[in-house]
Design a protein around this ligand. Sequence first.
Ligand SMILES: [Zn+2]
Length: 323
Amino acid sequence: MRSRPLAVLADFRLRAFGRQCSRSQSPRSQGRRPQAHPGRLVLFLIKGPALALVLGLAACATSPLGRSQLKLFPDAQLAQMGSQSFEQIKREKTISANGPRNAYVSCVASALIAELPPNWKSGWEVVIFDDPSANAFSVPGRRIGVHSGILAIATTPDQLAAILGHEVSHVLASHGNERMSQVLAAQAGLLAASVATDSTTPGGRATLAALGLGAQFGVLLPFSRSHENEADLMGLDLMAQAGFNPEAAIALWHNMAAASQGQPPEWMSSHPAHSSRIRALEERLPRALALQAQALAAGPRPDCPRPPDPPPGTEPSEGDRGA
Ligand SMILES: [Zn+2]
């Protein structure tokens, strides 16, 4: 029973770090680069199939919008987990073979990625799945998944840019790392479960949900209000910097609200609507419009025409899953 005292110790330390991070909340400051403050060593134990001792650096970090964060996992580990999970989704779902639509979504994504900070510009994978549910997601490891059904809600290139900008922002701001760290800090005993990505176990599904794949694996874990607000505002800036019309982010939310009166869009299950959401976007709109004007003065508007939708029931599909 060597593991229990260590787990208790880890819990104590992680809670202490959580308080320390939350105490150091700083006012939002635009344009700040994320900063890690490593230097504190945390030792914690994973009770897995094979007992493993993990040495990690606990870090109070700062999000791109200046919010204080607790990030306990190495970014490389999150990237590996996200990539593995994404590969699993690719094996299990039907990848779209609709060339014009794939080109359209990739065009919008590429325009956004081109505006990311230098160390974020490469290595992204965008996959469109034939799935009528309205969903899109991005996970650590620089993977973006788009269900064909989201195009019924995001009806223009600008609205699609709002969705993808929001999703990419969750990854840039390390929200998955932060959510997993919060779980760990709250309950060190869950650590063994929280680092697994086996979708057949409750712990594995919890991890997948923390990564942002809850809807994909049947676990409802909406992002917190602060994460949603941050992704909204970062995404708004990003789409504007790429030359898209930021007003489309607000139109998108009106579309979401209208669609939610019937069967709510799947995307909304992991991205719950808040009454303050549109207001926060509107408050930042003048700044975003100025960013868009700068982008258009410097270069052409993204040219990503939306192709016509194929007639119902005529969707081509790729027989080869997980290529
Ligand atoms: Zn979100």
